[in-house]
Design a protein around this ligand. Structure first.
Ligand code: ATR
Length: 282
């Protein structure tokens, strides 16, 4: 670092396990950019002053993660359309003191899905498991990319109804409780997405849905990337379904943020290798 180093980073609470610093710093270094990315653990009561600090210290921008993605919107000067529709911001860009909020989670997901599924999204029917922040980003971006129909299944059905209503103006959407979904027959959809934390390390043997519902006609996508192969994906492969893990989404949301800050395309393969290496060592 020197007196010209451009600063970026991540605001969250906690951030000790974030792999974003490693991933972004590897990309900055590979492109010979004098940028650095730090991790900032910001408790809720400090969020407003931390955001003012972006301006005061002349940071180029930051990522924002749990639990600040919604509240941070109050402190920004402008919010991009997709972030507004999602109702959350995960990337801030400082344009000469003006702070603009973006959300690269949904687009990051769609980029990885298009790359790994190699199938157009228009006309597709989707089941989304979960109705939290990640589900919201994924649902809005899929709707913007022309999927035909969406069923949102959640443990607490009220949250699923809330999300279905939220995307209703973009796509045909309905809600169901996880219990009712599990009582039904095999899923007559093209794409099944798990956005819940069920199956994430350390509870790696849990599955978010009854395995009787899955079959070889599905693309099964899990947003989890630790472990890379969740029990849902392992069982999906066993029945002959196509599968993808959440690593691609993580890399692409980072890659889109990198582009917003630097105007350059980052080395995504290197970013992926860096994260994979870290996952194997952790
Ligand atoms: P994120 O930002 O990762 O989406 P979140 O907003 O806290 O996190 O949402 C977590 C989602 O995972 C929710 O849909 C939650 O279901 P509830 O709304 O019913 O709480 C779901 N989830 C978490 N743990 C779960 C579990 N053990 N079984 C079923 N669903 C679970």
């Amino acid at each position: 670092m020197d007196s010209k180093t451009v600063l970026t980073g991540i605001f969250g609470y906690p951030v000790g396990h974030s792999m974003s610093p490693l991933m972004h710093n590897a990309a900055f270094q590979a492109l010979g950019l004098n940028y650095r990315y730090g991790a900032f653990s910001i408790p809720g009561h400090s969020l407003k002053s931390a955001v003012e600090g972006i301006r005061a210290l002349g940071f180029r921008g930051v990522n924002v993660t749990i639990p600040h993605k919604v509240e941070v919107m109050e402190y920004l000067d402008e919010i991009d359309d997709e972030a507004l529709q999602i109702g959350a911001v995960n990337t801030i860009v400082n344009e000469n003191g003006k702070l603009i909020g973006y959300n690269t989670d949904g687009q990051g997901y769609v980029c990885s899905l298009l790359q790994e599924w190699e199938t157009p999204l228009s006309g597709k029917k989707v089941v989304i498991l979960g109705a939290g922040g990640a589900a919201r980003a994924v649902a809005v971006s899929l709707a913007r990319h022309g999927v035909k129909e969406m069923v949102i299944a959640n443990r607490s059905v009220e949250k699923a109804q809330g999300l279905a209503e939220h995307v209703q103006n973009l796509v045909k959407a309905s809600a169901i409780s996880m219990e009712d979904l599990n009582r039904g027959k095999k899923l007559e959809v093209d794409l099944l997405i798990n956005t819940t934390s069920v199956g994430m390390y350390p509870n790696i043997h849990n599955v978010p849905i009854s395995l009787d519902l899955i079959h070889d006609g599905l693309m099964i996508s899990d947003l989890i990337y630790n472990p890379l192969n969740t029990e849902l994906l392992i069982k999906g492969k066993e029945v002959g379904a196509k599968t993808m893990n959440g690593l691609g989404m993580f890399i692409h949301q980072g890659s889109l943020a990198f582009e917003l800050w630097t105007g350059m395309k980052p080395p995504v393969d290197l970013m992926k290798e860096t994260v994979l290496k870290q996952l194997k060592n952790s």
